[in-house]
Ligand binder design. Structure first.
Ligand SMILES: Nc1ncnc2c1ncn2[C@@H]1O[C@H](COP(=O)(O)OP(=O)(O)OP(=O)(O)O)[C@@H](O)[C@H]1O
Length: 358
């Protein structure tokens, strides 16, 4: 998919910007604090409903402004779409082709953006929630029933936790346990399958970015004891859960980790290797998306040059070039443009909130 036109208003220090990203690589170059990341955050917002820097969307609204607008004209396999996310008088509204949609998910389902940024190492070293989000974001795009099943699971979990805190009879938990098991097993199967499908893509990217570590392996832990089925695991934990006041087992506790032949645990990775590893996951996710959906997501790479050394940058850029995906990259200095085709490359200068095609 490709963003043909992008418009932002009152996003951080960008009062207004209108640009036409290149079909291939668009580079946003400017000094620290110029507004480069704000452009990427806007694109990411359309696909995730939030910024990658903060869960609070409000922090993007320009100081003193009472509205924010992000608009993109997107060409994808399903045709052309006009996508908008805005905030007016305290309310957020999402629009697809000019029509306000009832649920944000309708907008998020239209555009896929995969972003590597300075906080991405949290995918490897951060909380398990980051890793569940990573998988669940992909499931949202490829499993038509994902939203509904995930909603049922979250609702049952909330009800079960309320019941646990109320200290009422254990027997009342049965119906919620049955619902948790029904939806939870589906989530677990999808996650398990997704990670197995991701592995070959990941192996290729690790070979490109981290060849010194040997072959990678992915270990998925589903969130409950492998020898039990989910319903039995929930039943078995009831007494303990009542004491603790929350549900201590199930897919909401799922996690996965990567190990390499020569670095079996995360603690064996250097900080730089952690970042490369996170990048390998994100690019593998994009590659799998393209295989499953027949089109590439938009790829954003924030501050690539400060995250990667020159050799790794070159490898990533040549990999990106052969995908044909639309890519947006920020940096304080221009990239080495060797191999870029003029027709699919565009540089933008960003200066104190102004974005200008160069
Ligand atoms: N809500 C806001 N309203 C106005 N300005 C803001 C707001 N939030 C942040 N800023 C400012 O907006 C500017 C843009 O930040 P941004 O992160 O986009 O810059 P950048 O060009 O990516 O910088 P760097 O190279 O340092 O990462 C910064 O100067 C920041 O202080």
């Amino acid at each position: 998919m490709e963003i043909l036109e992008l418009r932002l208003a009152n996003v951080r220090n960008v009062e207004f910007a209108e640009l036409m990203p290149a079909p291939g690589i668009s580079e946003f170059v400017g000094e620290n604090g110029a507004g480069k990341t704000s452009v990427l955050e806007s694109v990411f917002m359309l696909s995730h409903g939030r910024s990658f820097r903060s869960v609070k969307r409000e922090s993007l609204i320009q100081f003193g402004a009472d509205s924010l607008d992000v608009f993109a004209r997107l060409r994808g396999a399903a045709g052309e779409r006009r996508l908008g996310l805005s905030r007016r008088r305290g309310d957020w509204a999402a629009r697809v082709d000019g029509r306000e949609v009832a649920s944000l998910a309708e907008l998020l389902g239209e555009i896929a953006v995969v972003c590597f940024e300075p906080g991405s190492h949290a995918l490897i070293s951060g909380a398990s929630e980051e890793r569940r989000h990573f998988v669940d974001w992909a499931l949202f795009h490829v499993e038509p029933e994902y939203m509904e099943v995930s909603r049922r699971y979250r609702r049952a979990l909330k009800q079960r936790n309320t019941l646990l805190r109320s200290g009422r009879a254990v027997a009342e938990l049965e119906s919620w346990d049955v619902e948790l098991a029904r939806s939870g097993v589906l989530l677990d199967n999808w996650r398990d399958r997704y990670l197995r499908e991701l592995l070959p893509e990941l192996q290729q990217l690790c070979l490109l970015l981290l060849p010194e570590l040997g072959a990678p392996d992915l270990r998925y832990s589903r969130g409950w004891l492998p020898e039990l089925d989910l319903l039995d695991a929930l039943r078995e934990r009831r007494i303990r859960d009542l004491e603790r006041g929350h549900t201590s087992t199930g897919p909401h506790r799922a996690d996965w980790k990567i190990g390499f032949e020569l670095a079996p645990e995360r603690e064996h990775l250097s900080r730089g290797q952690e970042k490369l590893c996170a990048l390998a996951f994100l690019l593998a996710q994009a590659a799998l998306f393209s295989r499953q959906r027949g089109e590439w997501p938009v790829l954003c790479l924030d501050d690539l040059a400060s995250e990667l050394d020159a050799g790794h940058q070159r490898r990533v850029l040549s990999w990106l070039l052969q995908t044909g995906a639309q890519v947006m990259i920020t940096g304080t200095a221009a990239l080495d443009q060797n191999g870029f085709e003029a027709s699919s490359y565009q540089m933008f200068h960003v200066e104190r909130g102004r974005v200008l095609a160069y």
